[in-house]
Design a protein around this ligand. Structure first.
Ligand SMILES: [Zn+2]
Ligand SMILES: [Zn+2]
Ligand SMILES: [Zn+2]
Length: 451
């Protein structure tokens, strides 16, 4: 196993293969490959600085244990050097199972990797009252370099992460998604804030409604409008528990109008129309684990074939045999077979990463589909070669357009996706007596690519 980088002020006597550093500078000037980090108690005072450096560096996904307990979820916990050693060993084994180019990972894949290397790890939202939505997930800001965490929920939508427990439900401003809101009571009629809760009296004789103090005279309660003496509650007048009066428009009401004012953008939101965001503890799902472990090339090609509405290769051969028989009987039924061979997919994924490659392949499938007609058929064989059967087609048109599509996929600065285009056309390649799907496809595989 590789060495363990230990941050310590003094040298440590141990049976384990460690290399000690006093500071991050000292570590980064030294080019050893390591299996993990350990922060001894003597370096606890610089631990928070160290972890930020580690999570911002190319070692962002490494396990980091501390000798002392430190309340910071960017660390992987407190452990003895002996136990830390076991965990480092385990994470190295997990890492060796992956066929990933870690440097080319997108933020989504980075998060999956981070969770994959930490068994049973829960990504727990932390309460940070000063942040816009009050919660943030540790590590994400280092992975995505933004403070907006909502991309994480795309991973739950794809079932690559699962919710393990809800932690909180936060209401957000409709305008700017801030959780920094305060609620104010206003007059429902004129929206003034100049309202007051008071005892409101209803005169039964004329229907006048006002604050109790407006009725209080030396002679007792007298209606200021009809001047009736109000003696018996429930008979002459009514005194509900309490109501509000607006001192700007004199409106009297039971429920004030409540708005949620945003402290960040001053927008006034109706409380029941606020956006709601739930914060959950998240875990890596089995699918998420498989996503990392599977050969990504297979995944890319199967998604590509899926998007092309392909048929099975055996069915494709049946159709091609049938077309061949039809043509032998009536040579006006010309057909074209196109073969696309992808040469460097593995290298391509390694360079651009899974997500970007998938985007490029999605674009390719979309453009191929645009080109084809209802009667054309597509299939992918076990070697990930794409076969297209086009009955009664003008070869020149389709071939040129396919070459154009492939040409337009070119990416600036970086390796290109290498795709070989080969065609078999009954006008140019006359069929022999023994020709069938098998011979046509074999001939195509042997033939030169079209340029
Ligand atoms: Zn009012
Ligand atoms: Zn009255
Ligand atoms: Zn706002």
């Amino acid at each position: 196993m590789k060495q363990i980088a230990v941050f310590s002020d003094s040298s440590i006597d141990t049976e384990y293969d460690i290399v000690t550093f006093k500071s991050w500078e000292e570590f980064s000037n030294n080019k050893t490959t390591i299996a993990g980090f350990y922060i001894s108690a003597s370096c606890s005072d610089i631990a928070d600085e160290l972890i930020k450096e580690i999570r911002s560096s190319e070692f962002w996904y490494y396990l980091v244990y501390t000798e002392d307990l430190i309340q910071n979820r960017l660390f992987d916990g407190e452990k003895s050097l002996k136990d830390a050693f076991k965990s480092f060993k385990f994470s190295q084994e997990l890492l060796s199972k992956l066929k990933l180019n870690i440097k080319a990972l997108k933020r989504e894949e980075k998060l999956l990797l981070y969770l994959y290397l930490r068994e049973d790890y829960e990504l727990i939202p932390e309460f940070h009252p000063k942040t816009k939505k009050l919660y943030k997930y540790p590590i994400l800001e280092f992975i995505s370099q933004t403070s907006n965490d909502s991309w994480v929920y795309e991973l739950t939508a794809k079932s690559l992460l699962t919710f393990s427990k809800i932690v909180d439900r936060v209401r957000l401003c409709n305008q700017c998604q801030s959780a920094h809101l305060y609620f104010i009571d206003l007059c429902p009629q004129c929206k003034s804030i100049n309202i007051k809760e008071s005892k409101i009296l209803h005169c039964f004789s004329c229907g006048y409604v006002d604050e109790e103090k407006q009725f209080q005279k030396d002679a007792g309660l007298v209606c200021p409008k009809c001047l009736t003496q109000l003696k018996l509650i429930g008979v002459d007048y009514d005194l509900p528990a309490s109501e509000y009066k607006c001192y700007d428009c004199s409106y009297i009401f039971k429920e004030p109008y409540v708005v949620a004012r945003c402290m960040d953008c001053s927008a006034e939101n109706e409380p029941d129309k606020l956006n709601i965001e739930e914060f959950h503890k998240l875990k890596l799902s089995l699918q998420g684990q498989e996503y990392l472990l599977l050969d990504q090339k297979n995944v890319i090609f199967s998604m590509f074939a899926e998007s092309l509405k392909h048929i099975k290769i055996d069915e494709f051969k049946l159709f091609l045999n049938w077309m061949t028989s039809v043509f032998k009987r009536d040579s006006t039924f010309h057909f074209l077979v196109v073969l696309l061979e992808f040469d460097n997919m593995h290298k391509f994924i390694n360079y651009y990463g899974f997500t970007k490659t998938n985007e490029i392949m999605e674009e390719l499938s979309r453009r191929i589909l645009e080109l084809l007609r209802e009667t054309d058929m597509l299939s992918m064989d076990d070697e990930h070669r794409l076969w297209i059967l086009l009955p009664t087609t003008s070869k020149k048109g389709i071939e040129e357009r396919l070459l154009n599509i492939l040409h337009e996929l070119k990416i600036e600065n970086g390796p290109q996706l290498s795709v070989k285009l080969k065609t078999f056309y009954t006008i140019k390649n006359p069929l022999k007596e023994k020709s069938n799907a098998k011979t046509i496809m074999n001939d195509l595989l042997q033939s030169e690519e079209n340029k």
